[in-house]
Ligand binder design. Structure first.
Ligand code: URP
Ligand code: ZN
Ligand code: ZN
Ligand code: ZN
Length: 460
């Protein structure tokens, strides 16, 4: 099977030129001008952008959380991702306290294997680090290809670990060349504020926001940076939202430290005024919460300063009926919002089209850096001979609006209803197969593969 994509504007993290791309089976074979080759299928990409498949390294599919499951499963979630130009996701396994990492991996793979439409991998969330867990880290990295470990400094009484466990885990992960991801907010402060607001009968979604002020994230981000500095373990802060937290990372650079930072599309373009809409604000109840316009400005600048390396989604959708569990108490609203399908178009439209980031930076934060940081580059995240043929053909001139009526995520509202977009994903190729074309998905569940990842030891 061969495929020729002709005359597109080929964009990677560090190149931008007009060329043809020749794909044989699952792999890019050649890139060049006017390639003189015969292909089984030809696509004319004149006037279109051609960039690597998006990689969303922060999604939660079919995840047990706050008494329910996130509403996209591996099939609906990875298919919606493909529609939006994301060919690979990294999802989170949650260890159950008292149980092994291996049993959690088995459980997650039983839900995901043979069900994904797009490619996938996992981070392993360690919620109970003890002498048994310690012995499993090497195997996860070297045999299972799971090279990143997630920790929660919040969700006290559920997923949170303490600093003693964090340091122990960091020392073990460093030994074998892995990376620690962190949800960096101060769980004790948040727990205190939630209890205080509930006692005062302040129960609307606004109090979710007011229970997680910026300082809770700034403090934990600094503490995490300090612990990675002390242990030498590579660290990656997920869903960083605000100026205070980014300044903690900025300060760490002054002692020659590197901490990777991910933000999510919602923190770049939405703000906390949405929590003033009474219960409708539950659509955007997520942790950390949306912040202020000054934080958006900090995050856009952080991308251009190279302090923020990745733009993900933290896709964790819940249907309205699930959100209603918290109608009388914000602390019972399942946390998370749907965005897996919208990230690439929103970031293009709000970032590139509006002149906030360059086209190369777009590919860097949405495709290349996730692949580099998480041990998949250059197989994923770029367009080059030998790379997987994960390719997006994108019309930069087509305008449309986002809506629940046209999205493919399994959730009955859009967090971006009516949002105007400049630029549209037209065709998506996953490992050489045309996966999305003319608004249709052409590959089935089971096509998506589990991708084993390499060690990167914090160097990209
Ligand atoms: O609100 C969120 N972010 N839900 C998913 C779990 C997490 O903290 O990432
Ligand atoms: Zn989180
Ligand atoms: Zn410090
Ligand atoms: Zn998350």
């Amino acid at each position: 099977m061969s495929l020729l994509i002709k005359n597109g504007r080929v964009v990677t993290a560090d190149a931008d030129f007009t060329a043809d791309i020749f794909v044989v089976d699952e792999t890019i074979q050649m890139i060049g001008r006017n390639l003189n080759v015969q292909a089984d299928t030809e696509i004319d990409a004149t006037g279109k952008l051609v960039f690597p498949g998006g990689i969303d390294p922060h999604v939660h599919l079919d995840m047990p959380f706050m008494g329910t499951f996130s509403s996209d499963n591996y099939e609906t979630g990875t298919r919606a991702a493909l529609f939006g130009g994301t060919t690979m996701v990294i999802d989170f396994i949650l260890q159950k306290q008292g149980n092994s990492l291996q049993s959690a991996l088995d459980e997650w793979r039983s839900r995901s294997d043979n069900n994904c439409v797009g490619d996938y991998s996992f981070h392993m969330a360690v919620t109970d680090f003890n002498d048994n867990t310690r012995t499993e880290i090497q195997k996860m990295i070297e045999q299972e290809g799971i090279t990143s470990f997630k920790t929660f400094m919040a969700y006290k009484g559920a997923l949170m670990i303490d600093d003693r466990q964090m340091i122990g885990l960091m020392e073990e992960v460093k030994k074998y060349g892995g990376l620690i991801n962190v949800h960096a907010t101060n769980g004790d402060m948040i727990d205190y504020l939630v209890a205080k607001h509930r006692a005062e009968k302040k129960l609307s979604p606004l109090y979710h926001y007011l229970s997680q002020p910026e300082i809770t994230e700034a403090e934990a981000s600094e503490r995490f940076a300090d612990m990675t500095y002390y242990t030498g373990c590579p660290g990656y802060i997920v869903h960083l939202t605000c100026e205070g937290a980014l300044n903690a990372v900025r300060n760490a650079t002054r002692r020659n430290q590197k901490v990777f930072v991910e933000t999510c599309i919602q923190y770049l373009i939405l703000d906390a005024s949405l929590y003033e809409k009474d219960f409708e604000g539950a659509k955007w109840v997520m942790s950390p919460p949306l912040r202020q316009p000054k934080d958006q400005a900090t995050l856009w600048a952080g991308i251009n300063q190279g302090l923020v390396q990745v733009v993900a989604t933290d896709h964790c959708p819940f249907k309205w009926e699930q959100k209603l569990t918290g109608k009388e108490d914000f602390s019972k609203i399942p946390n998370g919002h749907p965005a897996i399908e919208n990230r690439m178009e929103l970031l293009y439209s709000e970032g590139v089209h509006k002149g906030k980031i360059s086209l190369n930076k777009y590919v860097e934060v949405a495709c290349a850096n996730p692949a580099k940081i998480f041990g998949m580059f250059p197989r994923k995240g770029t367009l080059a001979p030998g790379s997987d043929a994960d390719i997006v053909i994108f019309d930069p001139n087509e305008a449309h609006t986002l809506s629940v009526n046209s999205h493919h995520m399994n959730v009955d509202y859009s967090a971006y209803e009516g949002w105007p977009i400049n630029g549209k994903v037209k065709t998506v190729i996953l490992r050489g197969q045309i996966a999305i074309d003319k608004g249709k998905c052409l590959v089935n569940k089971g096509y998506g593969q589990f991708i084993k990842r390499n060690k990167v030891e914090g160097k990209i």
